[in-house]
Design a protein around this ligand. Structure first.
Ligand code: SAH
Length: 361
């Protein structure tokens, strides 16, 4: 096999790009649209299956391009139905995706980078460091692989599909790939997952929050806070040294002003037992958000432990107390239920033990 690195990864091309790709091969424009539909609507991952293309064209495509570059290395199935995929890129780097079935919809949590350069002390992915940002094609392919595995190749999902950019990596440091992937996935003649179905989470890359505020066709935004003071956030999320809370929340306020009807904007707050979860922390957090005139909802995420991280989740009572203090100060707060913890698929557990309960099909 020729290394995929030299080949064009077709899954990362827009319909217009695929049309010019086809034309460069001396093919009519509709072949480009046909290939786009084969990749994204029929979710085919090999040229051999694209039997509506002439055999000769398939041979040419095979030599110069790839419909798929990710390979599934392991697949883990949780008792709660969550599936976690450990994939490898063409250059042998890890990428992880999590499929979370829910009653009325499925959520696919995708990665934007292999590893992550941010050094959040409570997150396991941080320990890998940054390997590289994923390409648009690699982001889109994660969704194709998860849907095909859950429902069969090309089968229409029985429920709606929501996406969250909360897997490995910082999506706003892979901004170009992310925005392109979102455009490709939104295509009506493709996956047709529109930005309104997507939530992207950032640790607080301020210029990108401001940039997103200027984009009208955009995903929902979530911002990870993790601590109510600069002193503590510097330690838990060192990106805070670059963009401290005052700057971050000022950008959040501007983003809030740009919200249109029906758009969601949330904060996330990981709850670490005995670290950032006291009543005093809750009061500080509420006062901070009120000072910035932000009454954005806060999702409380009890820490998902993973060795060798030195933290434990806050007790249920602590979380409830924290939540009611926020609410008493006018901040809506919700507790997020961890999914797929037994297979290390929950937030901050990606890159954890690979041998746990492999359920390879
Ligand atoms: N880099 C982005 C997206 C990935 S993390 C960001 O930081 O937002 C997605 C969410 O999981 C973030 O809110 C993060 O704070 C949270 N998280 C990270 N590690 C966690 C852990 N071990 N337990 C619970 N939540 C965690």
């Amino acid at each position: 096999m020729v290394a995929a690195v030299e080949k064009t990864h077709l899954t990362g091309l827009t319909p217009a790009e695929l049309v010019s790709f086809a034309e460069q091969l001396g093919e009519p424009a509709y072949r480009g649209r046909q290939i786009f539909a084969a990749l994204h609507q029929r979710r085919l991952q090999s040229f051999a299956e694209m039997t509506d293309l002439p055999k000769e064209l398939r041979v040419t495509l095979e030599t110069i391009s790839a419909p798929s570059t990710l390979t599934i290395e392991s697949r883990y199935l949780s008792a709660d139905g969550t599936r976690r995929y450990l994939m490898k890129t063409y250059d042998n780097l890890p990428a992880e995706t999590v499929f979370i079935p829910e009653e009325r919809r499925d959520t696919i949590c995708f990665s934007s980078q292999s590893g992550c350069p941010l050094q959040c002390s409570f997150c396991l992915t941080a320990q890998l460091g940054l390997l590289r940002s994923l390409t648009a094609g690699e982001i889109v392919e994660q969704i194709i692989i998860a849907l095909n595995d859950a429902y069969g190749v090309g089968e229409t999902p029985p429920r709606g599909t929501n996406l969250v950019g909360m897997g490995a990596g910082e999506p706003f440091l892979a901004f170009e790939s992310l925005i392109k992937a979102l455009r490709i996935m939104a295509e009506p003649k493709g996956l047709h997952i529109v930005p309104n179905r997507v939530t992207v989470s950032t640790a607080g890359i301020v210029p990108r929050i401001r940039e997103l505020a200027t984009i009208s066709y955009r995903p929902h935004l979530a911002v990870s806070l993790g601590a109510p003071t600069d002193e503590q956030r510097d330690v838990l999320m060192p990106i805070n040294k670059k963009w401290p809370l005052a700057e971050l929340l000022a950008a959040c306020k501007d983003f809030e002003r740009s919200l249109k009807r029906g758009e969601r904007f949330t904060f996330e707050y990981v709850m670490l037992d005995g670290v950032n979860d006291s009543d005093e922390h809750a009061r500080q957090l509420a006062n901070l958000l009120n000072r910035h005139d932000l009454r954005v909802k806060v999702n409380l995420i009890p820490h998902n432990p993973a060795e060798p991280l030195p933290y434990q989740p806050s007790s249920r009572r602590r979380v409830e107390s924290f939540k009611s203090i926020l609410e008493s100060k006018g901040i809506p707060a919700f507790v997020r239920r961890p999914r797929g913890q037994d297979i290390f698929a929950a937030c901050g557990q990606l890159a954890a033990r690979r041998e746990a309960n492999p359920a390879h099909a």
